[in-house]
Design a protein around this ligand. Structure first.
Ligand code: ATP
Ligand code: MG
Length: 181
């Protein structure tokens, strides 16, 4: 596997963006990590919006060699009152992402919900691009979350927009364990 991967790794280094209002952004990135790990590559995900500590992917990653998930403290519920704290936490997560990207220890790095942090104006697209520019060679990056700013879309090599056609949430079905989290 290692011999084959010497060639594979050289081809990596592109930037993906998974955005839009339909379901599937984070799970697409997790699917990619699953595939990468299967090929002997090393993957990491930095979660900008820390959800519950019991997300299925966090539990699964603990069982997988070669995939680590780092949850940062930014909450889903941002409020005007704690905006300066949200900005601080978003920058803490960006600093962690920067360390991981420049270390060269991972072949695939996912910044989960970083687009949301930019759309909430907690992070500037320019500072995110600056961090991406300093990534180690051959590190493939995925940025997920609704509302990816135009500067990020222009910068990326691959952009997928999940289109919301229907979601059971809209007819009152609550988030289901193992499917939504
Ligand atoms: P997933 O994690 O399932 O791939 P996602 O990353 O595309 O979803 P987010 O915008 O991060 O979606 O949504 C956060 C949560 O809301 C997740 O639990 C997700 O499954 C769920 N969700 C996604 N799209 C919708 C939607 N259109 N309506 C309601 N809930 C949604
Ligand atoms: Mg998501």
């Amino acid at each position: 596997m290692d011999v084959e991967n010497k060639g594979t790794k050289k081809e990596l280094g592109l930037v993906h963006v998974y955005t839009g209002n339909g379901k599937g952004k984070t799970t697409a990135a997790l699917g990619l990590a699953f595939r990468a790990v299967g090929c002997g590559l090393r993957a990491a995900m930095v979660q900008f919006l820390k959800p519950s500590e019991e997300y299925g992917e966090q539990l699964a990653a603990e069982k997988l060699d070669g995939f680590e998930i780092i949850s940062m403290g930014l909450d889903h519920m941002c409020s005007e009152v704690s905006r300066s704290e949200d900005i601080r936490l978003a920058h803490e997560a960006l600093a962690r992402l920067s360390e991981i990207l420049s270390s060269g220890k991972h072949d695939l790095v996912i910044a989960d919900e970083i687009n949301v942090a930019m759309s909430w104006e907690l992070l500037e697209p320019e500072e995110v691009i600056e961090v991406l520019e300093k990534r180690a060679p051959c590190t493939e990056v995925v940025l997920t979350g609704r509302g990816a700013p135009k500067k990020i879309i222009d910068y990326a090599d691959l952009v997928t927009e999940m289109l919301l056609v229907k979601h059971p949430f809209d007819r009152g079905v609550p988030a289901r364990r193992g499917v939504e989290f």
